[in-house]
Design a protein around this ligand. Structure first.
Ligand code: ATP
Length: 294
């Protein structure tokens, strides 16, 4: 085997895609503190890259390209790799280099998606033959969104987010994504949510039916996220960004997850592109992306 072939075999890379919530409802707070949710999840074309390399020395070694995100036990990449190595008795060493592009603490499940990519990556590099179900069963121990990230695509997530029903791909559209320069803690948003005081619940079943019938407008008309009742109140920039996107032709705009990221859904790439250029030039938020569903 040439050294080139050996390198290829010992090093693989995986993309970890961000998600948005097209709809997010919270049903109730359970006794154990978790929230029961109903969400329409969607993978978007914005991703981190993970490089997996076998090492001579035993152990798991994680690096990242962000000083604020260490590669230690606090990193979901490390935690997923440790869990898999312990579960499958993997003694061989592994190095994972994480290149971060997904905004952090943003409501886009960047950490969960990185963990999901570790499942796929280690499954391949160590030929573990884990089924998707096995990966999801282990993955939920890292985080409630990890099973969805393992699956990807368009899905209904229920329970604490781990009960998944795959849906037909959502209708094609274009996205403008903006992450305000504030960090939002998912826990603090859920802690502040008063589920018994919610006056309105998103029409998740209607959105599911609209997606299944391929109706983009039916889908966008039903975009709603109950967590906006907490985060949007705290940070006016969220409502401002939604208005900006709708004024520029977005069929609808919504906060993703616990926020603060806002996304606008456009019918045409040119309309999304123009809004993107204008938002960039205004310098109100640093992290702005033009994206699409995948
Ligand atoms: P969610 O949509 O699931 O609530 P999020 O987008 O709000 O996720 P993440 O960026 O996934 O939030 O992570 C939140 C926190 O988790 C970060 O602030 C960071 O401290 C920690 N974390 C651990 N590992 C990672 C990782 N690989 N990528 C990003 N954050 C990570």
């Amino acid at each position: 085997m040439s050294s080139g072939e050996k390198d290829r075999k010992d090093m693989i890379q995986r993309r970890a895609y961000a998600k948005i919530n097209l709809g997010l409802d919270v049903i109730r707070r359970r006794e154990d503190g978790y929230h029961e949710v109903r969400m329409i999840m969607q993978t978007v074309d914005l991703y981190d890259i993970l490089f997996f390399t076998r090492r001579e020395e035993a152990g798991i070694f994680v690096t990242t390209d962000r000083t604020e995100l260490p590669g230690d036990e606090s990193n979901l990449v490390y935690r997923a790799a440790r869990l898999i190595a312990d579960t499958y008795g993997i003694g061989q060493g592994l190095r994972i280099d994480l290149q971060k592009n997904i905004p952090m603490a943003a409501g886009m499940a960047g950490g969960s998606s990185d963990a999901a990519a570790v499942f796929h990556g280690m499954n391949e590099i160590f030929a573990l033959n884990m089924s998707e179900e096995e990966m999801c069963r282990l993955g939920v121990r890292i985080g409630a969104d990890v099973p969805y990230c393992i699956l990807g695509g368009t899905a209904l997530a229920e329970g604490i987010g781990e009960r998944l029903t795959r849906l037909r791909d959502a209708p094609q559209c274009f996205l403008l994504i903006a992450k305000p320069d504030i960090d939002v803690s998912t826990k603090s948003v859920y802690d502040s949510l008063q589920t018994d005081r919610l006056e309105h619940h998103p029409d998740i079943d209607g959105m599911r039916a609209a997606i299944e019938s391929g109706s983009l407008r039916g889908m966008t008309e039903r975009m709603e996220n109950v967590l906006e009742t907490v985060t949007e109140k705290r940070y006016p920039i969220i409502a401002q960004l939604k208005k900006f996107m709708k004024d520029r032709g977005a069929l609808n705009a919504l906060m993703s997850g616990s926020g603060p990221t806002v996304f606008g859904v456009f019918e045409t790439e040119s309309a999304a592109g123009e809004a993107y250029e204008e938002l960039k030039s205004r310098n109100v938020v640093r992290q702005v992306f033009l994206s699409a569903l995948i």
